[in-house]
Design a protein around this ligand. Structure first.
Ligand SMILES: NC(=O)C1=CN([C@@H]2O[C@H](COP(=O)(O)OP(=O)(O)OC[C@H]3O[C@@H](n4cnc5c(N)ncnc54)[C@H](OP(=O)(O)O)[C@@H]3O)[C@@H](O)[C@H]2O)C=CC1
Ligand SMILES: CC(=O)N[C@@H](CCC(=O)OP(=O)(O)O)C(=O)O
Length: 318
């Protein structure tokens, strides 16, 4: 990497994940913000919208051709699902060597894109400049199952509860604080995108049941795993420690983690490890901040690796 800063643009910068990325980039020694795009906030100062941001940068409203014309070195797409393609096509034409990181689900099943869940897929990166960032629940589900994958007797079942920032800013029941008050809202109980995503990238079928809760950020996933042979609790814990040894953004705990402890944290916590009396059923609990390890922090890990700088540059450690 050259010593000059790389210019990065964020499309969908008004959103929850876009705002987190702005904060991470602002603290990054090798990146400078080239543009932040939002239709609704066009012309407004970023410092007035993103707490902690200092400077005169303003949002601009850029269509795909205008994004490509900026000639940024890195473009992050933080758009709702189904909106990325015109931006990718325009950049492919104008400056194909641009690093594109897409936060949506649009390329998670596309073989031409690297699926960037570093703790599980780091070795599979072959220099691709097209990186698909995993889903928030899918990250927690995969990290909870991977160390026991070879022992599964049946598809693991994951029960997920997310804060409502997971549902983005487009108004819906799932981000309506009134409808969520004193409530737990089940949705997409079979066939959720992250069920397909986790199954595809783990290489084993996974069943997933998501819910939204009244808190804003942070998710918890409780996974039930039936095993082909009995296992002792200490051996389960040893497998998780072995799998994530040296991982700076994974904390393996004895106790089941609480979602209230993970908001604004950049890592994932995995613990609980309850084992049934016959040793053939294990329950694992994982928590992460859906906007950070579930989105912006993971994107930053992927960007750092692609730029050739330390993977954890600008990411606060637990
Ligand atoms: N929230 C989360 O926990 C996670 C989200 N993701 C994924 O990241 C992406 C962004 O999520 P999130 O930040 O929550 O989303 P938000 O709904 O909060 O933000 C969406 C952004 O996209 C812009 N936008 C909306 N529609 C369009 C459009 N048709 N064309 C151009 N821009 C548009 C909006 O700005 P404006 O309207 O001003 O242009 C806004 O900046 C999504 O794909 C989501 O699935 C992934 C992991 C976790
Ligand atoms: C609470 C809530 O609605 N959460 C979102 C997941 C957020 C996420 O990771 O989204 P993508 O896979 O779309 O990128 C959902 O279930 O669709």
């Amino acid at each position: 990497m050259s010593t000059s800063k790389q210019r990065i643009g964020i499309v969908g910068a008004r959103g929850h994940t876009g705002a987190e990325l702005i904060r991470l980039v602002a603290a990054h020694p090798a990146l400078e913000l080239a543009f932040v795009s939002s239709r609704e906030l066009d012309g407004q100062r970023v410092a007035d919208q993103v707490e902690g941001f200092v400077g005169e940068l303003r949002y601009v409203s850029l269509d795909p051709a205008a994004v490509a014309a900026q000639g940024a070195d890195v473009v992050v797409l933080a758009l709702p699902n189904g909106k990325a393609a015109p931006y990718v096509e325009a950049i492919d034409k104008a400056k194909p060597e641009t690093l594109i990181v897409d936060l949506s689900a649009d390329y998670r099943f596309d073989e031409r894109w690297y699926y960037g869940l570093p703790e599980l897929t780091r070795e599979r990166w072959r220099g691709e400049k097209r990186i698909s960032n995993p889903g928030c629940y899918a990250t927690a589900v995969q990290l909870s199952i991977a160390p026991l994958k070879d022992l599964l007797a049946a598809p693991p079942v994951s029960f997920g509860v997310s804060g409502y920032s997971g549902a983005g800013t487009t108004p819906s029941d799932r981000n309506d604080p009134e409808k969520l008050r004193d409530n737990l809202m089940p949705y997409s109980l079979t066939g959720h995108m992250h069920e397909k995503e986790a199954s595809r990238h783990l290489g084993v079928p996974v069943e997933f049941m998501p819910h939204v809760a009244p808190h804003f950020r942070g998710l918890t996933v409780t996974t039930n795993l039936y095993l082909v042979r009995p296992i002792k609790r200490e051996d389960v814990i040893a497998r998780f420690h072995g799998a994530y040894e040296g991982e700076k953004l994974v904390r393996v705990l004895d106790e089941a983690p609480w979602v209230s402890q993970i908001a604004h944290q950049h890592h994932v916590e995995i613990g609980g490890f309850a084992v049934s009396a016959d040793g053939k059923r294990v329950v694992v609990v994982a928590t992460l901040d859906n906007l950070l390890k579930g989105a912006a922090t993971q994107a930053m890990q992927n960007i750092n690796r692609a730029l050739g700088v330390d993977e954890y540059t600008a990411i606060p450690r637990p």
